[in-house]
Design a protein around this ligand. Sequence first.
Ligand code: NAD
Length: 505
Amino acid sequence: MPEAAQVASLVRTSLEACGVDIDSLQGEQEARSPLTGTVLTMVASSSFDDIDRMIGEAAEAFTSWRDVPAPVRGGLVKRWGELLTEHKDDLANIITAEAGKITSEALGEVQEMIDICDFAVGQSRQLYGKTMPSERPGHRLMETWHPLGVVGIISAFNFPVAVYSWNTALALICGDTVIWKPSETTVLSALAVDALLGQAVKDVGAPANLHKLAITDRVGGERLVDDPRVALISATGSVRMGREVAPRVAARFGRALLELGGNNAAIVAPSADLDLALTGIVFAAVGTAGQRCTSMRRLIVHESIVTELTDKLVAAYGTLRIGSPLQSENLVGPLINQGSFDAMQATLTAARAQGGTVLCGGDRVLAAEAPGAYYVQPAVVRMPGHTPVVADETFAPLLYVMTYRDLNEALTLQNGVPQGLSSAIFTNDQIEAERFLSASGSDCGIANVNIGTSGAEIGGAFGGEKETGGGRESGSDSWKNYMRQATNTINYSGMLPLAQGVKFL
Ligand code: NAD
């Protein structure tokens, strides 16, 4: 286990390298590391007045930024991407120390930020509108996409910076300004990323106020949510948060883009390559210690192969090294805090009460070496079916195993939860794979074949249905979320014929 002072020193050096003023790190809010459970530093939080002022300044900056040509706006995002590349290791250190990700996954998170910057720079020359034939002679119809306004970004602890960049890179090339409320658990990662964006803004001479960072809790977040000057609230987090945020935004007719919890399943069919499936399942269920929105939580296995697969799973889980995510041999880092650990234990108790059998894992480890941290053995639990506990997302490495007899039953189980983020099927039967991807197959926003539920890449739209909230980010035509659409009719006929043949005057 690393010493608390070692982790704090690594973070301070990395923050400084990213341009954060270390002397300003004081205030009433604690920044903790889940590696040790100790305080890394204190930070100042934003008052309501600060947040109101930031919104006003971002709204003011919007009035000039929206008139900058989109490809020129792309130049800012290009520079940001360069700085993220230059400081990839520094950022990864902070993410590991603050969110508990193993170094390889922390580096992956920063790479995802670099990728979305590349994507957004290209997109800045592709904000396409359509033209349509008019029914009237001498007329032309077209659509135009305009910048939207201030975008309020609320993000979760488990992807402390990547989700912010998905939103910000696209919002900026679309001509919007942004205000970010990161998770109260990962404020240092936010300070570093915001400092790098600040540097990029300076380097290209963009308006200084086009990005704002509000260090605040959920009550401060509600300030953003309720403010009519914020045109779009892009909120990532639990379904509970979405239930609070969505009606408040709707009450003021604002726009909401919601990326909420998942309860992701994989179906394993008899024809599946079990070794390939095993690798995909273990990464998806255990990666980031089960704290990804796309983490695999349910395994729906054909009854003919369930014993073979669960034996392999239990053996594979037995080889996983749990410990400090700063050490490259470890694959499983800590849970974010005691609350997560308690929630996992409560879920295991409920699962047992509902007929579940724990096949492996679930216990706390390394408690003596790191008394304030919560490292757990990833768990596999055999369930008799879809009992109530299976319908909830428990944000921990906890995988339920259920069986099925035919594909219809598997699909019913797969779709039989309130969330609809990610899903997968492992099969070598093309008909089964196509059925899974069809309209009557998976009901999720992400449906994969022969690959796990997590680890999406930039370019494809990311998001899910039902209680996951319906939002789509980071690819395809998700840029349209950050713009407003205008339809234009241009008359060059010299006359004024009315549509639908209406006669008037
Ligand atoms: P959380 O819901 O506790 O918090 C997320 C963010 O919302 C935080 O910044 C928090 O301060 C803020 N918040 C909470 N209530 C609010 C309110 N009423 N008004 C304004 N802001 C509010 O989630 P978490 O524990 O940080 O993250 C884990 C959850 O996020 C899981 O459910 C996970 O599935 C989900 N998640 C979803 C995605 C996705 O893209 N679908 C990505 C990452 C995480």
